[in-house]
Design a protein. Sequence first.
Length: 124
Amino acid sequence: MSGGDWKDLYAAACRGDLELVRFHADRGVDLDYAHPEFQSTALVAAIVAGQEDAAHLLLDLGADPLLWSEFDELTPVEAARQAELPALEERLVAAGAHPPAQQDEVARRRRWWPLKARARRGRR
């Protein structure tokens, strides 16, 4: 895979160019790659750009519905919620993504767990 092919796939997903997305996928471009320059997957980028059809196509072609986008600080399901794409959000949840409310709870527990552990050790 060359970086140019991935960048073209990424741009096509953001524009909603389904034919070009399929072209690059058929030629083996990694749909889950997050280029260091962009730090985002094509799936999350398409969702953030409001390109629901491109997002569905990427999922149909095998894009991972759970990968987090470092640049956007979003998972695909969080991006779908923010972009107000309920059908896509439902599909992502059905594929195993945690709904944003559940993700918030998991993040809250992870954030507070170290503090609780330190407090317990301090009492001993």
